[in-house]
Design a protein around this ligand. Structure first.
Ligand SMILES: Cc1cc2nc3c(=O)[nH]c(=O)nc-3n(C[C@H](O)[C@H](O)[C@H](O)COP(=O)(O)OP(=O)(O)OC[C@H]3O[C@@H](n4cnc5c(N)ncnc54)[C@H](O)[C@@H]3O)c2cc1C
Ligand code: SF4
Length: 526
């Protein structure tokens, strides 16, 4: 079988590319390692690990992946629809700094260039402002007041359909050619998969339309190799695909190939291919990996009169200073898995010092600690605070003995102990009568957690300064592209999916429509 484009991964980059390229007349195949999900496939609670987590080694084929590295713990999505299945729908546009820093800064005026594509991306993803706050959002409003940032507090812009709950309506977004939808129930379940057909995941917009218009999606299948044909791929590529959880491989031929596997998919494969079939790739693969300089802190409240699981996953936001902002994040009632992985929020330079501080906290506050670990419904009592900054600190990804490993690239590694984040968490805890907790990887080992891993195949003006050019074409090869979060070339400091979508819209716009084969000229009889 021969394709014009094979796309690896069905997340934001892959889904946008699929729709735009099929509309340009190309024959497109999307290969996705995760499975397909319908509303009924999502778990009711995140205790159902087999349905929730992606750990193929244990035959857990859920949609949420946790990857542990030396310097960072990465959270990501897997499945038909990629990260949109698990994400919290929040879609802000980054501030001006993002467009003027990083390895792409001299390539063009990105803020101006991307403005129309942000508009298209917002329309396609159905972005709307959250109309209803939960208790956690009201508490954030109080915090904003307390720190003198009331004017910086607002409802989030999210990809959710706010129609009538429990009422099925014809497609409200694409003149009736999209799927039927139902209104949001504000159940807080967006990150465990929306069971009510209200979240605008990619399989309800870009990917839905792409499949309807002729794109084939091969689910539960993993791209394991890309072999160039002719000189630097000028005759296309052979793509080797393996069934997820199996051993059998197949080989397909394509004229062009797009890496859209997200940072955890595209960058490790590019690193492997540089050592094998694509040696002329830039040496900068794996460089400039960013984390949005992020902190995730759970605050468990002892106030039983409020249900912190109510609302959408992220309903509000406050800019706490020029570089930073804070969002309260929630899980739905009953989804209390994270309680097993919580430790007191402390800070400290050495492991011994941190262990002593954790023990000290447990001994000095036994009742408060017992309350948070044994509280009846963890999700009803908890608000996770997501703190992000535009300040830069970059890592790199390299191939090691046991797969891919991280290294510190410039400055210091991203830290689990951001003083501003911890200070805000303590103030928020004061408001909701709660206790701040973090993952033990943070408290014990100082390794921060991110849901926004970006970069690793960044833009530049040559193979010496980047992996791809401003049109997302890979230096050193023909008809090879990277269109996903790995192409993000500066620190957005905000949730990145709208930016990935806008960049993918632009990248696909830069690819010419397929030339129709010329009909042989008819003989004209004299
Ligand atoms: C819990 C959580 C909450 C989040 N909330 C938000 C939010 O509110 N707002 C926001 O903007 N962002 C959010 N994000 C981040 C967002 O999900 C990602 O930034 C985004 O999905 C990245 O898009 P992408 O196109 O790079 O790839 P992804 O969406 O990650 O998709 C890549 C796809 O490629 C597949 N793949 C990888 N390798 C292969 C291979 N070899 N063969 C075949 N398929 C492969 C993967 O299975 C995956 O489905 C959140 C993430 C998490 C984990
Ligand atoms: S709050 Fe509930 S109904 Fe609304 S989008 Fe999220 S999961 Fe779906």
């Amino acid at each position: 079988m021969e394709y014009d484009f094979i796309i690896m991964g069905s997340g934001f980059g892959g889904s946008v590319s699929a729709l735009r390229l099929v509309r340009k007349g190309y024959k497109v195949l999307v290969v996705e390692q995760g499975r397909r999900f319908t509303e009924n496939d999502f778990p009711k609670r995140n205790w159902n690990l087999k349905k929730w987590l992606w750990v193929p080694g244990l035959r857990f084929y859920g949609f949420f992946r946790i990857a542990l590295f030396r310097h960072i713990t990465v959270l990501a999505g897997t499945g038909v629809g990629g990260g949109s299945l698990v994400y919290a729908n929040t879609l802000p546009v980054p501030k001006t700094d993002f467009f003027k820093t990083g390895s792409w800064k001299n390539l063009m005026d990105w803020e101006k260039e991307l403005a129309p594509y942000y508009k298209i991306a917002s329309d396609m993803l159905g972005v709307a402002q959250n109309p209803k706050f939960g208790p956690g959002d009201y508490a954030l409003g109080q915090l904003a007041d307390l720190i003198g940032k009331k004017d910086q507090f607002s409802a989030t812009h999210v990809a959710v359909f706010f129609g009538e709950p429990e009422v099925k309506v014809a497609d409200p977004y694409f003149n009736g050619s999209g799927p039927e939808r139902e209104g949001c129930r504000f159940c807080g379940g967006c990150m465990v998969g929306c069971r009510y057909n209200a979240k605008n995941t990619l399989d309800k917009n870009y990917l839905y339309m792409a499949e309807k218009e002729g794109v084939t999606v091969m689910a539960s299948s993993r791209v394991i190799s890309v072999i160039p044909m002719g000189k630097h791929g000028n005759q296309g590529y052979d793509i080797i695909i393996r069934r997820t959880g199996g051993f059998r491989t197949i080989k397909l031929h394509t004229r062009a190939f797009i890496f859209s596997g997200g940072v955890l998919g595209s960058v490790p494969l590019l690193l492997k291919l540089k050592k094998t079939t694509l040696p002329d790739l830039s040496d900068l693969i794996g460089a400039h990996v960013r984390t949005n300089n992020e902190a995730l802190i759970g605050v468990v409240s002892s106030d039983k009169t409020k249900k912190f699981s109510e609302g959408i996953a992220i309903g509000s936001i406050v800019n706490t200073d020029e570089f930073s902002h804070l969002e309260p994040v929630r899980y739905p009632s009953g989804s209390g898995f994270w309680r097993l992985l919580m430790a007191p929020m402390i800070s400290g330079k050495t492991l011994i010092g941190r262990i002593l501080r954790i023990l000290g906290d447990l001994m000095l506050h036994p009742v408060a600690n017992a309350k948070v670990y044994f509280t009846r419904n963890w999700a009803d009592r908890t608000q996770i605070l997501l703190f992000m900054q535009t300040r830069d600190s970059t890592l790199n990804l390299k191939r090691g003995l046991f797969g891919v490993r991280t290294g510190v690239e410039q400055g210091s590694a991203p830290s689990a102990f951001i003083p501003e984040a911890q200070d805000l968490a303590r103030k928020y805890a004061g408001i909701i009568n709660g206790k701040p907790l973090v993952l033990p990887t943070e408290s014990l080992f100082g390794i921060p957690t991110t849901a926004h891993i970006l970069g690793g195949a960044c833009m530049g003006d040559s193979r010496e300064t980047g992996v791809i050019n401003s049109d997302h074409r890979v230096f050193g090869y023909e008809n090879l592209y990277v269109i996903d979060g790995s192409a993000i070339s500066a620190n957005p400091g905000v949730n990145p999916s709208l930016t990935i979508t806008a960049l993918a819209e632009r990248a696909a716009d830069r690819i010419a429509a397929k030339m129709k084969k010329q009909e042989p000229a008819k003989e004209i009889k004299q």
